[in-house]
Design a protein around this ligand. Structure first.
Ligand code: PHE
Ligand code: FE
Length: 277
């Protein structure tokens, strides 16, 4: 799901993209000519199904920003989205062949460049795909990059990632990515909503994450979140909830160096472990 290189570490399959077309920073040109009519149709059908599911389940910020993606009935050109995105928050999207390693990933984010996989899933994967494709990356991640506070959070995450890499703390930090940017929930005045890209691009997990009595939902708390393992191939059994993007930004503003030190000595929580702290 995630544009999280750590997903690699947990996956037994090699990523499917063609990395020979990538530059040193892992970016490539969006291979627009390679899209078939069936690819465009897959995008159109995914967009249509998913956008119909959003009311009452997706965060207002996401629903408001979604039209900024532009064209819905075929795969958009990234440059066309960038004209609006750069004006809105000085972010850009860049094409990549698929998941990329940690350092180039963090470096792109720190420079306000969001890597978007350019290929699309096959019709057989219409309902579920473990690896991110262009639909997950665009539909799930890009709308909230139009939100100034969230956009700044993602850049800070990239900078924090480079630091975590030097400190050997990427696994802990990647859990924060997972439980916020990919699978985060937000408490609005009118109820719980999803803002994580992995939820927003999933037809099944969207309602599950917000409404099902099955998973536990805990307030986002750095230590608990960073100690919690995650599964990449099932619905989450634990979600972490924020009250606002401002809260998320401020909660993560301090230098994590001492936190990493402290967490190193503490046990982890299983993905489905029921325990508040
Ligand atoms: N404050 C974090 C650090 O010092 C960086 C960070 C910001 C990480 C936002 C995640 C999200 O490492
Ligand atoms: Fe993702």
């Amino acid at each position: 799901m995630g544009q999280t290189p750590v997903v690699y570490g947990q996956s037994s399959r090699p990523p499917r993209g063609d990395y020979s077309r990538a530059a040193d920073d892992y970016t490539c040109a969006q291979n627009y000519a390679a899209y078939t009519a069936a690819d465009h149709d897959t995008y159109r059908r995914l967009y249509e199904r998913q956008s119909a599911l959003l009311p009452g389940l997706a965060s207002d910020a996401f629903i408001e920003a979604l039209p900024s993606l532009g064209i819905k009935d075929h795969i958009p050109r990234f440059e066309e989205i960038n004209e609006r995105l750069y004006r809105a928050t000085r972010w850009e999207i860049v094409a990549v062949p698929g998941l990329i390693p940690e350092v180039p990933f963090f470096t792109l984010l720190a420079n306000r460049k969001f890597p978007v996989t350019d290929w699309i899933r096959t019709p057989a994967e219409f309902d579920y795909i473990v690896e991110p494709d262009v639909f997950h990356d665009l539909f799930g991640h890009v709308p909230l990059l139009f939100n100034p506070v969230f956009a700044d959070y993602v850049q800070r995450y990239g900078e924090g990632g480079l630091k975590a890499q030097r400190l050997g703390a990427c696994e802990m930090l990647s859990r924060l990515y997972w439980y916020t940017i990919e699978f985060g929930l937000i408490r609005q005045a009118d109820g719980l909503r999803a803002y994580g890209a992995g939820i927003l691009s999933s037809s099944g997990e969207l309602a599950y994450s917000v409404r099902s009595p099955e998973p536990q939902r805990l307030p986002l708390q750095l230590e608990r979140t960073m100690r919690t393992r995650y599964k990449i191939d099932t619905y989450q059994q634990t979600y972490f909830v924020i009250d606002s993007f401002d809260e998320l930004f401020h909660l993560t503003a301090d230098d994590f160096t001492p936190l990493y030190e402290r967490l190193r000595g503490l046990p982890e929580f299983a993905a489905d472990e029921r325990s508040p702290a």
